[in-house]
Design a protein around this ligand. Structure first.
Ligand code: AHR
Length: 503
């Protein structure tokens, strides 16, 4: 099969914000306990942080990490997680039917983020709590000294403020599963008042209001309209959450699901601009896709754990083991986010360790990379610069739920200072290789520097602590003719083609 991509120097979508490669750690399952933190593990430092996990997190070069939830935050009392560890209470976490020991709280997590070279994106509890507690936490984190909560932080050994700049105003408040679930009107008013009070404490913070938990919510997209009508001038971002999965064992359909993410972003952008128009506002609302990933392998088992199991500490929850096929889908989702770089400025791969995660750990044992680690690593590493508008031509197919699905899903990022263009491309065809012709207009000469790829005969192949079955390989660089580069993309493959441009 043949496909064509035409890139023109002066036609761009927007700058890639590094925060597109953000992630998320929730107090859920083994994300924190036996994930990032495991005192006594041979690779842990004196604070109990696993250095092998940190190494992998640093490899992904994650600019900012959302914490501490997720559904967990809607019942969280942050004060439980500060002060002497021996005096911290054990609480029932209603979201995940788990005993929370509170050994890790905001000071420990902020210290861990510094080690990971990441910033912290903190969520406040607007489920069971409200304006006052959000303000107390912000004062505790960001005020230097001389007030009750800033001095309390200092008395806990954190002399310097954490300077947390990005704050989420609750989590998935549209979801009936959320502790303290609210209507759009109730949430919109609360988010607005919380935002206003928080900004009085620290005017430099950036605030994220909750959008819909998934685009199939019955309240979508009127939720967005009502929430923004209440908060438009008081927040900087509106959030989107969505997880994807092959629930019908239908690979062509599964590989097409990024179309759903694309539609979701387009609709939310339209609602933002509708509210902007209603308010005659000059301000543009940006999107934070602060939960996205593939999540379906563990769904049935987790339902059972949450409903029937006794309360326990750090239970095994949401530990999806990802296939090659899942990595291809994650690739298409990354491409979709990049193609909306003008509006989506933050996106969190949910989550980071053990819970629907690219990094897994064995308690007392190894840390290892899942298949989805690879495309996320490539995008974080090479998608620096300007996303170019791509004009593409390729064959299309119809699947169970989607029509006219292009076999080629692609984006291109131009790193002008480095003189490089990176094309990220997925060939969705399960049996036909594709010859991709890339034509570059206005860049001078272009040649392939490197072609990285993920592919294989077994789409269900997975990695484990013992074996890395799905890893990045070098692909064929193809050839150049009359200024066009022809690069072969294997059937069912993720490709990162790095071009060098020379004037
Ligand atoms: O990431 C897992 C859960 O998914 C989060 O706690 C919640 O926000 C979402 O529904």
């Amino acid at each position: 099969m043949k496909a064509k991509l035409i890139l023109e120097k002066d036609f761009s979508v927007g700058q890639v914000d590094r925060r597109l490669f953000a992630s998320f750690i929730e107090h859920l399952g083994r994300a924190v306990y036996t994930g990032i933190y495991e005192p006594g593990h041979p690779n842990s430092d004196s604070n109990g942080f696993r250095q092998d996990v940190l190494q992998l997190v640093k490899e992904l070069n994650i600019p900012i990490i959302r914490y501490p939830g997720g559904n967990f935050v809607s019942g969280y009392r942050w004060e439980d997680g500060v002060g002497p560890i021996s005096e911290r209470p054990r609480r029932l976490d209603l979201a995940w039917r788990t005993l929370e020991t509170n050994e890790i709280g905001v000071n420990e997590f902020a210290a861990w983020c510094r080690l990971a070279n990441s910033q912290l994106m903190m969520a406040v509890n607007l489920g069971t709590r409200g304006v006052q507690d959000a303000c107390n936490l912000l004062e505790y984190c960001n005020i230097e000294k001389g007030s009750y909560y800033s001095d309390l932080r200092r008395s806990h050994g954190a002399t310097e403020p954490h300077h947390i700049k990005t704050w989420c105003l609750g989590n998935e408040m549209d979801g009936p599963w959320q502790t303290g679930h609210k209507t759009a009107q109730e949430y919109g008013r609360l988010a607005c008042e919380t935002a206003r009070a928080m900004r009085k404490i620290d005017p430099d913070i950036k605030l994220v209001a909750c959008g819909s938990s998934v685009c199939t919510m019955p309240t979508f997209p009127s939720w967005e309209d009502e929430v923004l009508t209440n908060t438009y001038e008081d927040v900087d971002f509106l959030s989107l959450h969505q997880y994807f999965g092959d629930r019908c064992s239908n690979t062509p359909d599964y590989l097409a699901q990024s179309i759903e993410m694309d539609r979701f972003i387009r609709t939310v952008t339209s609602v933002c601009d509708y509210v902007k128009a209603k308010k005659r506002s000059p301000k543009t609302m940006y999107l934070s896709f602060d939960e996205w990933n593939v999540w379906y392998h563990s769904s049935a088992e987790e339902e059972d754990i949450i409903k029937n199991h006794p309360w326990g500490v750090a239970p095994k929850l949401l530990e999806d083991i990802y296939t090659l096929e899942d990595a291809l889908v994650v690739g298409t989702l990354l491409i979709t986010l990049l193609n909306h770089a003008d509006r989506v400025k933050m996106a969190c791969l949910a989550q980071l360790v053990n819970v629907i995660a690219p990094i897994m750990t064995v308690p007392g044992g190894k840390a290892w990379k899942q298949t989805i680690f690879e495309p996320f690593f490539h995008a974080s590493q090479y998608a620096n610069g300007t996303v170019l508008q791509t004009a593409s031509v390729c064959e299309k197919y119809d699947s169970k739920n989607y029509c006219d699905v292009p076999y080629l899903e692609s984006t291109a990022v131009w790193n002008e200072p480095a003189g490089e263009i990176t094309v990220f491309a997925v060939n969705r065809s399960l049996n036909e290789p594709m010859e991709l012709a890339c034509r570059f207009d206005g860049f001078g000469s272009c040649r392939v520097l490197e072609h990285l790829q993920l592919c294989g005969n077994d789409l269900k192949a997975v990695n484990s602590a013992e074996k890395a079955a799905v890893t990045t390989a070098l692909g064929d660089n193809g050839y150049e003719e009359n200024g066009t580069c022809f690069v072969p993309l294997p059937a069912a493959s993720w490709n990162v083609i790095r071009f060098k441009t020379e004037p």
